[in-house]
Design a protein around this ligand. Structure first.
Ligand SMILES: Cc1cc2nc3c(=O)[nH]c(=O)nc-3n(C[C@H](O)[C@H](O)[C@H](O)COP(=O)(O)OP(=O)(O)OC[C@H]3O[C@@H](n4cnc5c(N)ncnc54)[C@H](O)[C@@H]3O)c2cc1C
Length: 352
């Protein structure tokens, strides 16, 4: 019979909270450590587009595709998850020809379809300057990652949220046995680092390298407006979606770029692009957010155990990946089964 494991998760963004939910369900006792209860830092500044088309060597595609389905596996038990599977219209994809995107992904089974100007107009009647053809992918989705993190955290069984920070990890006989906090040590059978961009600093306290190269990401948000956009839309230099509260969120790049350097003028530029992309004069700028994307140096997720007692989960595209990573990491932590989907994402790739 399996012993109950005590798990300490550092970070309650979308990754840590999804892990708490799945580990709690598997019979673990979980302590979730985070000074904030907002649902994450990057998670609160994320575009939240759930897809398997972005930055895709084949193993990453398969992980992302698995993770997309993992969200739908959560929905029956968590109907409040702010997850909408409304699909994406690709009118343009940041310099990558749409034909290349189609040719790469459809042999893997990704359901891209070509759509004509009439179909584009039916999908998004308020989009100006529809191209001669575009791609549509109906299984892609939108999520609000910080809200999802809070839903997952609040529903997590056998989980206690302690509102404080880990300051370092504690080692004994070569294994990690917990973390130090300003209120004293917390011990655990397994400590999980899910602290987003702060993961590297915590890992450094036990000489584990987690090389990150975390670019900024600027998004603009409008005031709530009438329904104008039904899907995630990618156009020339702009990605946009309308959220359930009626606000429209838009960004100008997926990984750094000059638009982020001066957010005041970058956000004005983005708002101008948004206004000229849509057939409406009712848009009102509300505010911008500037997030930092927790991105490993090679762009790929870092998931696995570099040392006894320690498990690391840091990645970009956590909005897409969190539910899937939570399932796969839980299987590895509780049953010792490392799924082949995780093969190329082990932290040891940086030390080998
Ligand atoms: C602008 C932008 C757009 C994005 N767009 C997309 C997208 O469209 N699709 C997609 O899939 N992904 C997207 N991402 C990436 C995605 O949002 C992130 O990968 C994901 O939110 C990371 O979640 P996380 O839980 O690892 O980190 P975070 O959300 O940053 O959470 C980490 C948590 O750790 C806590 N913490 C930090 N240090 C400590 C400590 N010492 N002790 C205790 N707690 C600590 C923090 O308080 C925080 O709550 C985007 C990100 C940004 C910034």
């Amino acid at each position: 019979m399996q012993m109950t494991q005590n798990i300490l998760i550092i970070g309650a963004g979308i990754i840590g909270s999804a892990l708490a939910y799945r580990l709690g369900q598997s019979g673990c006792t979980v302590t979730l450590l985070d000074p904030s209860s907002d649902g994450g830092t990057a998670s609160g500044a994320s575009f939240g587009w759930v897809n398997a088309s972005y930055e895709n060597p084949k193993p990453y595609y398969h992980l992302r595709r698995y993770a997309m389905d993992a969200w739908t596996r959560l929905l029956p038990d968590l109907p409040d998850l702010p997850f909408t599977q409304n699909g994406t219209l690709y009118a343009d994809f940041y310099g990558i020809p749409l034909q290349t995107l189609f040719d790469e992904h459809t042999p893997w089974g990704y359901p891209f379809e070509w759509v004509t100007p009439d179909q584009i107009a039916a999908l998004e009647p308020n989009l100006k300057d529809a191209p001669e053809r575009a791609l549509f992918c109906g299984i892609e989705a939108q999520i609000l990652p910080d809200v999802a993190a809070r839903v997952l955290r609040d529903a997590a069984e056998s989980t206690t949220h302690i509102k404080t920070s880990a300051t370092s990890l504690i080692t004994k006989n070569g294994a990690i046995i917990g973390a130090q906090t300003p209120n004293g040590p917390l011990y655990a059978d397994i400590t999980i680092l899910a602290a987003g961009t702060q993961t590297a600093a915590l890992a450094e306290t036990i000489d584990v390298a987690v090389p990150l190269d975390s670019p900024a990401g600027l998004l603009i948000h409008t005031k709530p407006t009438k329904p104008l956009i039904s899907h995630t839309i990618l156009t020339d230099g702009l990605h946009m979606q309308q959220r359930p509260d009626g606000t429209i969120t838009a960004g100008g790049d997926f990984g750094g770029g000059s638009i982020n350097d001066d957010p005041e003028s970058g956000s004005k530029e983005l708002f101008t692009r948004l206004q000229s992309a849509l057939k409406t004069n009712s848009l009102e700028f509300s505010h911008y957010t500037l997030g930092i994307r927790p991105t490993p140096k090679d762009g790929m997720p870092i998931v696995g155990s570099p040392k006894r007692g320690l498990y690391i989960t840091v990645m970009h595209s956590g909005a897409t990946l969190a539910a899937g990573i939570a399932e796969l990491a839980t299987a590895e932590i509780t049953a010792g089964h490392r799924d082949a989907l995780l093969n190329t994402f082990h932290p040891d790739r940086f030390t080998a």
